[in-house]
Structures are given as structure tokens and as C-alpha cells.
Ligand binder design. Structure first.
Ligand SMILES: Cc1cc2nc3c(=O)[nH]c(=O)nc-3n(C[C@H](O)[C@H](O)[C@H](O)COP(=O)(O)OP(=O)(O)OC[C@H]3O[C@@H](n4cnc5c(N)ncnc54)[C@H](O)[C@@H]3O)c2cc1C
Length: 477
């Protein structure tokens, strides 16, 4: 399942790191956050290298919907209520500055990445909620408006509009920046010891180590596993569905997302916690929705992605842990990783260059607030459940009883195993213990993958690693 971005962007391969090198900063992970951080650092004169396990943009960034906006759902009012008006203003301003910075870089560097300025909308059936959100956004300095009529075929009472946001082709953008950066691909970081980063064939000693690996994969210090989980969503690209001027997202659970790219409308939705998609049918449900809304449309591509959700719904950008002041990180983007990646790049550049940044404390991973508390308890509970399942749940299926084209945790003479039976009847067996922290994996029928409900690591049906925080595949036969 290839995204419209991967289908429409050529790439030039970067070398593998071989031998030992030195740099001012080493960035681990070449997604949107890593490439932008390296770009901002290089612009400020900091010698930076990027170490990417596979290919740049090949993680979640290749499967985003690439709306660049400071409108992160209906968040202004809640943010003010939970954290206060000043932190809320800083959050919005940091993200709005990020939107402007994208436009500035793209124009200055003449990057051909299909940048389009457009308004962003959140729609809802609750007009009072929308009006209150509009007022809150205005108080925070956004030129927001309440619109009763919108152009998408959903039943709603209107939408909150943020004008002058943007959308683009994310891979064309980062590959243009990458031309001017020092990047090593197929270079998995296996170990980090103080200021030394180790890979299979080389190492980097750097003044700063920046983890932009989507989910920080070193558990101690930092303990990000206790403060975040991952959520997956699905996208289909529709042809013959007409044209949209704005970018849209619904409020609440079960929401839908819309944007235009060339002749396609990208329709997203069907979100769930990674590892909790037992029954599947997510693409099917999106197709049904598309048929209802756009009867003439056909599906040209479909794909999915996931993102990290923090306990208090604010990204972690800054020092990895007080114990390692030269390690920095950017993660927990809540499916708003385009603007958040730019916020990260600016904050991390300022931290390294010693520039004062008024927004730093809002995003600091060291923050600890009461809003995080219920989330922390929930994450702890999920991890315990994932571990308990591994030890106490006895599967009722056997390999013989498994239908073709299906996967499940089954009972085998050697104990529990994850088995996928191909349409041809071939049996692919894997260990169902996640190498990250030992939780039991679940089968995701929509992606034919083994997904971890605790922290969101994923493996294909052969056991090969798809997504972190795990850094290796699972045993397979
Ligand atoms: C369906 C969906 C739609 C979305 N749409 C939007 C949107 O419209 N607008 C928006 O703002 N956000 C959106 N997001 C969120 C956004 O896509 C992500 O937040 C963003 O792409 C994350 O970028 P990243 O650089 O943090 O991670 P990634 O792109 O995953 O990059 C991390 C990189 O680190 C590498 N890596 C991992 N471990 C190692 C290691 N040990 N050594 C070396 N490299 C390593 C990986 O290979 C990967 O390339 C969406 C998310 C989803 C799920």
C-alpha cells in the first residue's frame, strides 16, 4: 500500500555511514522532524549529520496527509482551560510561526513541492462549541472565523476556519532540503553512549545527539514509553470526487479528514490505538463513506500511518532527560507533525545555539503537570494489560483451524505463536512478544501486520520491523 507521495516522488540514494566521523550535532531519524532540524542547524552554522535507518521520509512522513496548520482540532478552548491563556497563546504562536517558516523556506529556496495556501477548518454538529472555539482562537491571536456553510458533504453545524494555512507534497519538500544536508541512509543507530552514536558500520561523536526517530527508542533515561502511546489512521485517495479549496477535519471520535492533492481528494479516518484493530475493515469503511459522499469516485491509492500521542496532548520537544543534557528529542506530534516538526527544528536549533526561545517551556519534556496524570495511569494500565495477556491468555485457535488469508495468536506444541496463513496456505509463524518491552502483539488484518498495543511497535507478517519504538524484528520460522 503506497501513498500518493511515495508514488509521485523520485529519490536519490544517500550513502551508508562507514567509519568514524565527528560533528557538532548528530540527528537520529530522517523524517520531517529530523530533516528540518538538520536544516535549521546547518543554516545556523552547526555542522550536522543525519543518520537514517532506511530512507529519508520513509517513516510516518511518507504516509501523512501533509496539511501544514496551527489548527490542531478544537484545541484552543481546552488548552486555555487546562493550562491557562499564556501557554495556549505560546502553543498557537509557535505553530503559526512554523506555518510561516515553511512558506518562507519554500519560497526562498524555490522548492517545487506543490505548496498551496489554503484555509483549515474543523467541523462539528455542535454550533455552540464551534462559536466558543472561534472566540478562544481569536483571543489567542488567530484571525479565526465561524463558517456556517462548508464545501464537504458532511452533516454539521458549520466549522471554525483558520485562514492562510498551507498544504504541500511532503516528500518533494524534504528531498529538496536533503540535497543540501549530510545524510547517511540504511544506517540504523544501534547504541548511544553519552556523545557517541554507534551504527553497524560506523560511529559519530557529536556535541549534541538529537532523537527524531518518531518514538524515542532508548527507554532509560526519559521513560517516554510511560508517557505516550500511538494511534493509527487510514487514508484513501479518491479520483472523480470533485475539488476542494480548504482542508477539513471533524471534531471528536470517528472523525474524517479531507484535503485536495492534484486530481485527488484524500479522505482519512478510522483512527484507533495501534494494536487494537482486531476486526479490521478500516479501508472498507472509508470506501463505503467515500461511495456515499462521492458516488462517482474511485479509489486510486490507500495507505495508513501512526503517530505518538502524549498524556497531556502536547509534543515533547527539548532535553531528552535531565541526566543527559546533550541529548535532545522531538516527538509526540498528535498527528500534527508538519507544523510540530518545524516548531521542533526551531526550538532545538535555539537550544543548541543558546538563543532565547519564548515557547521552549510549553514543549519541554521535563514538564510535569496534573493533566498528564490520568494519561500516565492509563498508559501504565495498558502496559500491564499487554504483559498480562502474554502470560495468562490462552489462545483458542490452532494453526490447522486458522483460515487462509487470516492471522491470529495460536496455540502450538511449542507454546503461543503468531501465525498468518497466506491465501495459498503457507504458514508464517512469528514470536508474539514485542522486543521493546515484552507486551503481546495483536494481529492487524487491514495491514497484515503484528502491532503492539502498549507502545505501537509494528512488524510485518514475516516478523520484520515496520515501526518503532522496537528496533529489531521478531523471531520467525
Ligand atoms: C494518517 C495520518 C495523517 C497525518 N496527517 C497529518 C497532516 O495532515 N498534518 C500534520 O501536521 N501531521 C499529520 N500527521 C502526523 C505526521 O505525519 C507525523 O507527525 C510526522 O510525519 C512524524 O514525523 P517524524 O519525523 O517525527 O517521524 P518519521 O517520519 O517516522 O521519521 C522517523 C525516522 O526515524 C528513523 N529511525 C527510527 N529509528 C531509528 C534508528 N535507530 N536509527 C536511525 N533512524 C531511525 C525511521 O526510519 C524514520 O525514517 C498525520 C499522521 C497520520 C497517522
Amino acid at each position: 500500500m503506497e501513498s500518493i507521495w511515495s508514488k509521485t516522488c523520485n529519490r536519490k540514494k544517500k550513502p551508508v555511514l562507514e567509519g568514524h566521523i565527528q560533528a557538532d550535532a548528530a540527528v537520529i531519524g530522517g523524517g520531517m522532524a529530523g530533516i528540518l532540524t538538520a536544516w535549521q542547524l546547518e543554516q545556523a552554522g552547526v555542522r550536522t549529520v543525519v543518520l537514517e535507518a532506511e530512507q529519508i521520509g520513509g517513516g510516518q512522513t511518507k504516509n501523512t496527509t501533509a496539511k501544514i496548520t496551527s489548527q490542531h482540532g478544537l484545541f484552543c478552548r481546552t488548552f486555555i482551560e487546562k493550562k491557562g491563556e499564556e501557554p495556549a497563546r505560546k502553543y498557537v504562536q509557535a505553530n503559526q510561526a512554523a506555518v510561516e517558516e515553511y512558506k518562507r523556506i519554500i519560497r526562498k529556496e524555490c522548492i517545487d513541492c506543490d505548496l498551496l495556501e489554503s484555509a483549515a477548518y474543523v467541523y462539528s454538529v455542535d454550533s455552540e462549541k464551534l462559536k466558543r472555539e472561534t472566540e478562544a482562537a481569536q483571543r489567542l491571536g488567530i484571525n479565526a472565523s465561524f463558517e456556517e456553510q462548508i464545501e464537504i458533504p458532511v452533516s454539521c453545524a458549520g466549522a471554525v476556519c483558520f485562514p492562510e494555512q498551507a498544504q504541500f507534497h511532503p516528500l518533494k519538500f524534504i528531498r529538496a532540503l536533503a540535497e543540501r544536508l549530510t545524510i547517511y541512509e540504511d544506517t540504523l543507530v544501534t547504541e548511544v553512549e553519552d556523545n557517541l552514536v554507534k551504527t553497524a558500520c560506523g560511529s559519530v561523536r557529536a556535541g549534541y545527539i538529537i532523537f527524531t526517530s518518531h518514538f524515542p527508542f532508548i527507554n532509560f533515561p526519559g521513560m517516554y514509553f510511560a508517557r505516550m502511546h500511538q494511534e493509527r489512521s487510514y487514508v484513501i485517495a479518491l479520483e472523480n470526487a470533485g475539488e476542494l479549496n480548504g482542508m477539513y477535519i471533524g471534531e471528536g471520535e470517528d472523525t474524517l479528514s479531507f484535503r485536495q492533492y492534484n486530481k485527488y481528494i484524500l479522505l482519512g479516518g478510522q483512527a484507533h490505538r495501534t494494536g487494537e484493530n482486531k476486526t479490521g475493515g478500516r479501508y472498507e469503511k472509508l470506501r463505503e463513506t467515500a461511495k456515499r459522499m462521492y458516488p462517482e469516485s474511485t479509489v486510486a491509492a490507500c495507505w495508513s500511518a501512526q503517530d505518538c500521542i502524549t498524556s497531556d496532548k502536547i509534543p515533547f520537544i527539548g532535553e531528552y532527560s535531565a541526566e543527559r543534557p546533550s541529548w535532545l528529542t522531538a516527538t509526540g506530534f498528535q498527528k500534527w507533525g508538519m507544523s510540530s516538526a518545524m516548531v521542533s527544528a526551531i526550538l532545538l536549533r535555539d537550544r543548541i545555539c543558546g538563543y532565547e526561545n519564548p515557547y521552549a517551556e510549553v514543549f519541554a519534556p521535563s514538564r510535569f503537570s496534573v493533566e498528564e496524570f490520568p494519561g500516565l495511569v492509563k498508559e501504565g494500565g495498558k502496559a500491564v494489560k499487554g504483559l498480562t495477556k502474554r502470560f495468562f491468555y490462552i489462545p483458542d485457535k490452532t494453526i490447522a483451524g486458522l483460515e487462509r488469508g487470516h492471522g491470529a495468536v495460536v496455540d502450538t506444541p511449542q507454546g503461543k505463536a503468531g501465525v498468518y496463513k497466506t491465501e495459498e496456505g503457507e504458514v508464517c509463524q512469528v514470536d508474539v512478544v514485542c522486543p521493546h518491552m515484552g507486551c503481546e502483539l495483536s494481529w492487524n488484518p487491514d495491514e497484515c501486520s503484528w502491532d503492539c498495543p502498549c507502545h505501537g511497535s509494528r512488524f510485518n507478517y514475516k516478523g520484520e520491523l515496520l515501526d518503532g519504538p522496537a528496533q529489531e524484528g521478531v523471531w520467525h520460522e
